[in-house]
Structure formats: C-alpha cells, structure tokens
Design a protein around this ligand. Structure first.
Ligand code: ZN
Length: 214
C-alpha cells in the first residue's frame, strides 16, 4: 500500500517559482506552521488556502468530489486532502534550498542561448564561459559563468567581454529557483505541477531524456 505521507508535493517560492519537491509529511508541517499555503489548480486557475480553509475545503471535497486520484490524510479531528502544490510564504527561512551550480542548471538558466551572440544552439555546440577569465582572477560562480557558442568563445579568447569588444545579453546571476528541476509527471496526481513549470525549462528537462536528433 502506498504511503500517503511520503508522496510528493511541489514547493513554490513566493514568486510561484518551483524550488523543490518535498514529502506530504513535510508539506503538512509547513502548512500547519503557516509557513506555507496550499495552491489548488483548477482549470488553469489557482486558488490559495491556508491550513484551516484547506481543512474546510477538504471536508467538502471528501463528501462531493472524492476520486481515485485524490489522497487523504486522516487525523482524529480532521480529514485533509493531500495537496500537490504548496507555496512558501516566508522569506524561505524554513525551506532551505540551494540551486546547484552545475552545467545543467547553467544551460537551463541561459536557455541554451549564447549570452554573447544571442543564438540558441544545441547543447553540444555550447560551452560554459568564464566572463572574467580564470587567469584574470575570474571565479567559478553563478555571476561569472555564462553559456557561449564556440564561435563567440574563440572570438573572446582569454579576455574580458570589454577587452574583446563584446557585450553580454544580460548580467548572469544566481537563479532563485531551480532552472532544470527534473520532474517526471508520469502520474496524473501531479498534473497540476505543469502550471508552474516554465515551458522553456520544461522542454529542457524532457530533452535530456531523449537522444538529440536535430
Ligand atoms: Zn555566440
């Protein structure tokens, strides 16, 4: 039998960006502490509920809308419909997350687009450029790494963009959410997650599953 408390819940930050996936158990604790609210997606719209209003809605759903895709947590006082998406309301004090600095996330942040010429390329035709070169003291941090095509990379050489007479599309920064959050929505239970996964990033994560054939 499926353990309801260990099912998945998508966590959004205050700006409705996906940051991580946690268990139902952790999600209910955040809701109960009023650190987070439930986001209910219906017909492309969504509604926000705090713990108590969600408990009321849950009682109603239990009576009138119960279906096999819904999951339930029962306590002596309450019946809670398991939420699929929650949103953190505080300044992320309770939900620590750190976006991993890796190739996948940098490519996803920059949308597979060379940050110098602005052209989108297949991943294999891109590499990661230190904006301020390592030899000039440039660090390997979000703010100093961008995706670049081979042509621009060669042109830039071991120089800063200014020295090379090149301009960055935008100043690179650390994302406040996980650009390439890998999510498999194989289960209909999690259909509502789609709403919050940006199309571009969504495609990136699917692309990685399949061989490239362009
Ligand atoms: Zn380029």
């Amino acid at each position: 039998m499926e353990d309801v408390l260990s099912l998945n819940v998508l966590v959004l930050n205050r700006s409705y960006k996906p940051i991580k996936i946690i268990s139902v158990k952790k999600a209910l604790i955040l809701l109960y502490k009023t650190v987070a609210e439930v986001i209910q997606v219906e017909d492309g719209n969504y509604a926000n509920y705090d713990f108590h209003s969600w408990a009321e809605v849950s009682a109603y759903k239990r009576m009138y809308e119960d279906n096999p895709e819904m999951d339930w947590v029962f306590t002596p006082q309450l019946t809670i419909n398991v939420p699929r998406v929650i949103r953190v309301l505080t300044f992320d004090k309770y939900v620590k997350y750190n976006v991993k600095l890796n190739r996948r996330n940098i490519y996803a942040r920059d949308g597979d687009t060379c940050q110098y010429c602005g052209k989108k390329h297949q991943k294999k035709h891109l590499n990661i450029d230190h904006v301020v070169p390592k030899v000039a003291g440039g660090k390997t941090i979000w703010e100093n790494l961008v995706v670049s095509c081979f042509k621009c990379n060669t042109k830039k050489g071991g120089r800063t963009p200014k020295e090379a007479g090149m301009v960055l599309l935008k100043q690179p920064k650390k994302p406040d959410f996980t650009p390439a959050l890998r999510i498999h929505i194989g289960n209909k239970k999690y259909e509502s997650w789609r709403q919050f996964l940006d199309d571009a990033y969504w495609l990136v994560s699917i692309e990685d599953e399949a061989p490239e054939n362009e």
